[in-house]
Design a protein around this ligand. Structure first.
Ligand code: ADP
Ligand code: MG
Length: 152
C-alpha cells in the first residue's frame, strides 16, 4: 500500500513532518528516500520541531547521526550519505539507537543496507514542479497504523 501527498513548499513539508511524528506516536523507524534536494532534511526538521525542539536542525552529514533528547523521547536523525561501509554503523553503536522508545529518521538508508534495522515506514520524496511529492509505504503493523492515520 502506498499513498501520496503534495507539499507545495517548505512549510507544507514541515507540516507533513508534524503529522508523521504523531502518526508514528513518537516511535519507530522511518526511512527517508529521495535524491539530494528533495526535502529529506526539511521533513526531518518538521518532525523534530513538532516534538518540541526549538533550535536548528541540520543534516548530520559528517557525524552521521544527531540525537535530540525531547520530552516525548529521543529522536535520532541519521544522514548516511557519507557512509562508505555499513560496518561503520557498528562503530557508531547502532544498536543503542534503535530502541523501542526512540524514533529514528534515516536519510540515505540504502548506504546502511545489511546493518541498518528495517523501517516501519518508507517515505519517498520527489521534486514535482515547484514542490515535492511525498509517497509512503508501510512494512510493519506499526507502519500500517501510521500510514492509515496519515492518509486521513
Ligand atoms: P535533502 O535533505 O533531501 O537533500 P533539503 O531538505 O535539504 O533536501 O531541501 C533542499 C531544498 O528544498 C531546500 O532549499 C528546501 O527549502 C527545499 N524544499 C524542501 N521541501 C520543499 C517543498 N515541499 N517545496 C519546495 N521546496 C522544498
Ligand atoms: Mg539532507
Amino acid at each position: 500500500m502506498q499513498q501520496h501527498y503534495f507539499a507545495k513548499d517548505e512549510t507544507a513539508m514541515e507540516l507533513f513532518g508534524a503529522a508523521l511524528l504523531s502518526a508514528m506516536q513518537h516511535q519507530g523507524v522511518v526511512y527517508l528516500v529521495g535524491d539530494l534536494g528533495t526535502g529529506k532534511t526539511t521533513l526531518s526538521r518538521g518532525v523534530i520541531r513538532a516534538a518540541g525542539h526549538q533550535g536548528t536542525v541540520k543534516s548530520p552529514t559528517y557525524t552521521l547521526v544527531e540525537p535530540y533528547e525531547l520530552d516525548s523521547g529521543t529522536i535520532y536523525h541519521f544522514d548516511l550519505y557519507r557512509l562508505i561501509d555499513p560496518e561503520e554503523l557498528e562503530f557508531l553503536g547502532i544498536r543503542d539507537y534503535f530502541t523501542e522508545d526512540s524514533l529514528c529518521l534515516v536519510e540515505w538508508p540504502d548506504k546502511g543496507e545489511g546493518l541498518l534495522p528495517g523501517a516501519d515506514m518508507d517515505v519517498y520524496l520527489d521534486v514535482q514542479g515547484e514542490g515535492r511529492s511525498i509517497r509512503w509505504g508501510a512494512n510493519t503493523q506499526k507502519g500500517h497504523q501510521a500510514a492509515d492515520i496519515l492518509y486521513q
